[in-house]
Design a protein around this ligand. Structure first.
Ligand code: GLU
Length: 431
């Protein structure tokens, strides 16, 4: 939740931390900062400050008790110079127009840093999905899809799962769209169950890319994984998959957490034995010998910290206490901008979300290719190609990091913006 406000009182007695920037403000600031490092036409930067289109729709839903509740939904399409719009749909009470625009911009950068032929979009409905029955969620999804039908499509804008939505939600989107179009169109949405054209490995992909980027970052800083300690906040799909892979590759995962707190074992946790959120919700601490709080997890003396739960968890209030040398962003926007500057001043290597968790949209791209070709790939092929794409993106970002005096985040934005700006330059402004 990049838009959640940062209200922690400052322990030093200074004025409280400035209110956290909204996702849109952060996206605009990051755009300006990347543009400062590049010789980009100011007119192109100006265009990138605005979404191409934001569709706002009303979504009436019949509740199980027969009453009708009316929700508001959005689809923000930021930029499509490199290909169709791409990005998730989230169901969350904090969804707003501006949040969708900011998150759509992040998707533009994420797709560009991965060199995928997609632009950026994000959408969602302002609703608490936990307050809906399965049948209500299905009705909401089908009606929302119908309202967005003219702006989405396999060559136009391709949604995917995000906070509060899952493969089943995507199957309903695919079905509702296909029923209206009169033909089965699996490529309209990614992150579907494999049985209806979803890709093997898609659900695990964001966690796998976080693990791959962690491994590459450790190599960069001459750390052997078998001598590396790791703490992971969040044990949902991103956190659990990242933790288990790093464990498998030899790292010592000393802490993992869910909303109730963290299991902590300095000798290393057997991550496969800890139930992920999908396997059994909120069960991480059930069999733990030692439980610490989520706040304590963030400041553990480990080599690598992976915040993979929520946005804005590393703030001005706790950034100085972060003891890890490497932070890999599993969630979108887990570090506030003030905290980001504090970590940069201490030379903590922060591997940004738009690179680290980009495995999700990368395997979405593979899924879209499989849907268009009507031919499924094996899990092995998906994982091999994902690794190749992550390594290529890593090399591009590392080249900028080593060439300029910038952070990893700035280097990733520089790679993304230069690709987008070159495409705008080549296509020009019409008419
Ligand atoms: N919602 C995911 C993200 O933030 C995936 C988007 C996609 O696969 O299109 O990257």
């Amino acid at each position: 939740m990049a838009s959640a406000s940062e209200t922690s009182p400052d322990p030093a007695g200074d004025p409280p931390d400035a209110p956290t920037e909204s996702a849109l403000e952060t996206a605009l600031r990051q755009l300006r900062s990347a543009a400062d490092h590049l010789d980009v036409d100011a007119n192109i930067v100006e265009r990138l400050k605005h979404p191409t289109k934001v569709e706002e729709v009303t979504v009436p839903v019949a509740r199980d008790d027969g009453t009708v509740e009316v929700f508001t939904g959005y689809r923000a399409q930021h930029d499509s110079v490199r290909g169709p719009y791409k990005g998730g749909l989230r169901y969350h009470p904090d969804v707003t127009r501006d949040e969708c625009v900011g998150l759509a911009m992040w998707m533009t950068w994420k797709c560009a840093v991965m060199d995928l032929p997609f632009g950026g979009a994000k959408g969602g409905v302002a609703v608490d999905p936990k307050a809906l029955s399965r049948a209500e969620k299905e009705r909401l999804t089908r009606r929302f899809t119908q309202e967005l039908r003219t702006v989405i499509g396999p060559n136009q804008d391709i949604p995917a799962p995000d906070m509060g939505t899952d493969p089943q939600t995507m199957a309903w989107v695919m079905d509702a769209y296909s029923m209206q179009e009169g033909e089965t169109i699996p490529g309209v949405v990614t992150g579907k169950p494999p049985v209806v054209g979803g890709s093997e490995g898609r659900a695990e992909a964001p966690g796998r890319s976080v693990a791959l980027i962690t491994r590459l970052a450790c190599e960069q800083y001459d750390r052997h994984l078998d001598e590396t300690t790791v703490a992971v906040q969040g044990y949902g799909s991103v956190g659990a998959n990242a933790a288990r892979l790093l464990d498998e590759w030899g790292a010592t995962v000393v802490a993992v957490s869910d909303v109730n707190g963290a299991m902590y074992d300095p000798d290393g946790i057997e991550t496969a034995a800890v139930p992920s959120h999908d396997e059994e919700p909120e069960a991480v601490t059930t069999d733990a010998d030692r439980v610490i709080s989520n706040d304590e997890l963030l400041t553990l003396d480990v080599d690598v910290l992976i915040p993979a739960a929520l946005g804005n968890v590393i703030t001005k209030a706790n950034a100085e206490a972060v003891a890890a040398d490497i932070v890999v962003e599993g969630a979108n926007g887990p570090i506030t901008s003030t905290a980001d500057s504090l970590l940069a001043a201490r030379d903590v290597a922060v591997l940004p979300d738009i690179l680290a968790n980009a495995g999700g949209v990368t395997v979405s791209y593979f899924e879209w290719l499989q849907d268009i070709n009507r031919r499924a790939w094996s899990l092995e092929r998906v994982n091999d190609e994902l690794e190749a794409e992550m390594e290529a993106a890593w090399r591009a970002v590392r080249a900028e990091f080593e060439r300029r005096d910038v952070t990893w985040r700035e280097a990733a934005y520089i790679v993304a913006l230069s690709r987008i700006a070159d495409a705008h330059d080549a296509r020009g402004l019409w008419p």
